[in-house]
Design a binder for this molecule. Structure first.
Ligand SMILES: Nc1ncnc2c1ncn2[C@@H]1O[C@H](COP(=O)(O)OP(=O)(O)O)[C@@H](O)[C@H]1O
Ligand SMILES: [Mg+2]
Length: 341
């Protein structure tokens, strides 16, 4: 059947309220998309289907305190804590980093592609990853790369929100999220992981915070081999030693050096429509950009491209020339704004 035939059937069975046929067709359609390499679309549909089935199961009139009522309340609570649920098309080529970081990432991915082989030899799988380094250097991006490379759904958890809203509930909430991720075979991405450490500073309730850290330690220890948790932090030093030790792998994503800046530029200009209006000396460029994050450098370059585009839109040339001087200025301004010299 073609894509269009499936959609027609789904529409018909949906409108006719034929739940049984609708489900069969939807499942076939999901498989069809997996085979035709639209894996992300298939994952999104699958998640939609699971969510909706779970809600349906619990939507009939319920007795307060009954298991289905409890499940419903729990679903609503976890929904609040999940920032977003996503799939990704990013690949390793999208991330610029040191060879050491890239090697670690490649090996980590390989382990998850070879889960069965490792299981056969009863070797443990590394599934707890810490990404650390200054802001704008690719922690979130690296998590998207992992989700994209492994074609898995990812749950993004807002740890800041969990910890700050109801400290007393944090342990319970975290456990719920881990359970849900295991059920749905998702990656859990916990951003701002250091907020766990921060709270300890101004909270009088040391006991509560200890409990939260203990919960995390336990959740990590009992994490099923097929699940994966990625944590990101730009203040690794705020993290407890006991917590740090639990990670199977830590990858540091630092500010770019000269070569990485060059790679980033190539990545931004990869469509090939843009060239610089004069040959830039890498040394000079590095001086202007040093200290800025990948994000900062990319942002100023894109701004320079836009300005050059506006200035040259009347010229009917196919190749746009980027005003190198203008970019240099933008880099300097960006550094000033961040108080870098
Ligand atoms: N190492 C990198 N390689 C390529 N692009 C990057 C890199 N780091 C950051 N960027 C760009 O900056 C954006 C923001 O980076 P992000 O991953 O959110 O940083 P972080 O999570 O470390 O604060 C990314 O979406 C990407 O466009
Ligand atoms: Mg981030």
């Amino acid at each position: 059947m073609s894509q269009q035939d499936y959609i027609k059937d789904i529409a018909r069975f949906g409108l006719e309220n034929d739940q049984e046929k609708l489900l069969t067709t939807l499942n076939e359609f999901i498989e069809h998309n997996k085979i035709s390499k639209k894996v992300n679309f298939a994952l999104q549909l699958q998640s939609l289907l699971k969510d909706s089935l779970r809600k349906q199961k619990n939507s009939s009139l319920q007795k307060v305190g009954s298991p289905s009522h409890y499940q419903n309340v729990q679903d609503r609570e976890t929904d609040d804590l999940i920032l977003e649920k996503l799939t990704s098309d990013y690949g390793l080529d999208n991330l610029v980093c040191t060879t050491s970081a890239k090697d670690k990432l490649v090996n980590f991915l390989e382990e998850h592609r070879e889960i069965e082989l490792l299981a056969k030899y009863q070797l443990p799988i590394s599934n707890k990853l810490l990404l650390y380094g200054p802001s704008g250097c690719g922690k979130t991006l690296a998590s998207y790369v992992i989700a994209g490379e492994l074609q898995k759904m990812m749950i993004v958890v807002n740890l800041g929100a969990i910890v700050s809203s109801k400290l007393g509930e944090t342990s319970k909430n975290l456990a719920k999220i881990f359970r849900r991720a295991a059920q749905e075979d998702c990656i859990i991405f916990i951003d701002e992981f250091d907020s766990l450490g921060k709270v300890r500073d101004y909270s009088q309730d040391h006991g509560e915070m200890k409990r939260v850290v203990n919960t995390i330690l336990q959740l990590f220890d009992y994490l099923p081999q097929s699940s994966m948790v990625i944590c990101a932090s730009n203040q690794k030093e705020m993290l407890d030693d006991a917590l740090l030790r639990r990670f199977d792998l830590a990858i540091s994503l630092e500010l770019p050096d000269q070569q990485q800046i060059q790679e980033l530029i190539k990545l931004v200009l990869k469509e090939g429509q843009f060239t610089f209006d004069r040959k830039i000396s890498m040394k000079q460029l590095f001086d202007s950009a040093q200290g800025l994050s990948y994000y900062g450098i990319q942002k100023t370059l894109i701004n320079a491209i836009k300005r050059s585009l506006f200035a040259q839109k009347h010229l009917r040339s196919t190749k746009l020339r980027i005003n190198t001087q203008a970019w240099n200025e933008l880099l300097k301004q960006e550094k000033e704004a961040l108080d870098l010299k």
